[in-house]
Design a protein around this ligand. Structure first.
Ligand code: UDP
Length: 457
């Protein structure tokens, strides 16, 4: 028996920062009666102890079923083989779902894997690219693709003109792969996201209109753009999804009780939360400066140091640290932490998920971007949304402890930081409104769903 329900196949690049926004978007679609199947690589699934129970997940192959990216050794090897093997196994999955009586009618794919468009076309399916980064970052890669941005610049403070932005930005605000020749092969892939984007039916962006009006209006003249974020669980925003317990997928295990018990004993807005996400590798010298910057600050802190980074902590730091002053954990339930009333500031690498989560939960930031799109996100946090400061690096590329201390003080207690703290509260309200009924992202999701349903009937 064939059903007439719209059915989306979601294909993500297999890292948690890409999968989780697509998972949250899937939950929104599912709440609007769209059937969802998420395709994940066998190598990624192997490391997952727990999988969502409310959404159907199927395995495909990236050609490296034992170790995924690590087995491939290089980024180029991984992407190349994923294209060859992934196209076949994705096609087999589409066939299998058709045979099972619930055929797919749309592929929502991660543009890191642009070959998915060809697969969609072969089967006559609707295709939608899902950009996990914000529109400003996508706009920069688009203009590198078009050859408009001529980089690398010679100096970090060189002004770069980018169509779609109201003013020039400094070279140090541009994603690192664009300005650093070592990132050339990765940049090739990022630019390749646009290679066949003119063939897709929709371009979905993990952001919201009010956050990036200008650049979204500009990009919308080129592509059929729809913003659908923020993609964080509804329980933290509009609370409209009933089955919304699932937090997301991660290979790390959060130290939930330790963190929440400790936070429960802290006064309101008194704690600094510090995390550099799931991937960033911080220089040992930077780690040392950060450690003493936190210790010397007059704030208590919760610091996530992944186990692979732990050896970089200064020798006597953990010995000197008292439980009253700070807690260092290997992983935490970040959304629960950011939502906690004791949190007054987030010192962050400005990964886009972390930035969107801080915006959605109204937490002002000290930005310490490390690589990839993080400098651009930090630029917007500081200068456009005015919800944080950016800790300045010295000529060696290190943020010194005194600078860290000053930034924390400014955001958390000084009069100068008042506007930042107020703005953070305003954006929180806005983030909730856009996904709530009739909000800009909710309307876009509704429009997407009606198109899917119309094509199905
Ligand atoms: N995160 C978490 N616990 C932690 C640190 C991070 O759950 O202790 C989550 C965080 O909520 C975010 C993701 O990991 O959803 C990090 O994504 P982001 O895009 O900020 O950075 P990336 O890890 O991709 O560099």
């Amino acid at each position: 028996m064939t059903t007439h329900q719209a059915h989306c196949l979601i294909l993500s690049y297999p890292v948690q920062g890409h999968i989780n926004p697509m998972l949250q978007f899937s939950k929104r679609l599912q709440s609007k009666r769209v059937k969802i199947t998420i395709a994940l690589t066998k190598s990624f699934l192997k490391n997952m102890k727990e999988l969502p129970t409310s959404i159907s997940i199927e395995a495909i192959s990236d050609g490296y079923d034992d170790g995924g990216f690590h087995q491939a050794g290089t980024f180029v090897a991984y992407i190349t083989r994923f294209k060859e093997v992934g196209s076949d196994t994705l096609s087999q999955l589409i066939q299998k779902l058709a045979n099972s009586g619930c055929p797919v009618n749309c592929i929502v794919y991660d543009p890191f894997l642009p070959w998915a468009v060809e697969v969609a076309k072969n089967f006559g399916l609707i295709s939608a690219a899902f950009f996990t980064q914000n529109c400003a970052v996508d706009n920069i890669y688009y203009h590198v693709h078009k050859g408009v941005i001529k980089l690398p610049p010679t100096q970090n403070d060189e002004e770069v003109f980018i169509p779609g932005f109201s003013s020039t930005i400094e070279a140090s605000d541009v994603p690192t792969f664009v300005i650093n020749p070592e990132g050339e092969r990765i940049l090739e892939m990022l630019v390749n996201q646009f290679s066949n984007l003119d063939k897709v039916d929709w371009v979905l962006i993990n952001s919201f209109y009010e956050l990036e009006r200008e650049v979204i209006d500009w990009m919308s003249k080129i592509y059929p753009i729809k913003t659908i974020g923020p993609t964080i669980p509804s329980m933290y925003l509009d609370k409209r999804l009933h089955d919304d317990k699932e937090y997301g997928l991660s290979i790390f295990k959060p130290m939930t009780n330790e963190c929440l018990n400790w936070l429960n004993h802290q006064p309101i807005s008194s704690v600094l939360y510090v995390s550099f996400g799931s991937l960033a590798i911080v220089k040992a010298e930077q780690m040392e400066e950060l450690a003493w910057g936190l210790m010397n600050s007059n704030k208590n802190f919760l610091w996530v140091v992944r186990s692979t980074e732990e050896s970089k902590l200064p020798k006597n730091f953990l010995e000197e640290l008292t439980i009253e002053k700070g807690l260092v954990v290997s992983w935490c339930p970040q959304l629960q932490v950011l939502e906690h009333e004791s949190i007054g500031c987030f010192l962050t690498h400005c990964g886009w998920n972390s930035t969107l989560e801080a915006i959605s939960l109204g937490v002002p930031m000290v930005a310490m971007p490390q690589w990839t799109d993080q400098p651009t996100n930090a630029k917007f946090v500081k200068d456009v949304w005015e919800i944080g400061v950016r800790a300045k690096q010295d000529e060696k590329g290190i943020v010194r402890r005194e600078v860290i201390e000053e930034c924390i003080k400014l955001v958390m207690e000084e009069e100068k930081g008042k506007l930042i703290r107020e703005n953070a509260k305003k954006w929180k309200e806005m983030a909730r409104n856009v996904v709530d009924e009739g909000g800009s992202s909710d309307k876009n999701i509704e429009e997407f769903v009606s198109k899917l349903v119309k094509c199905k009937s």
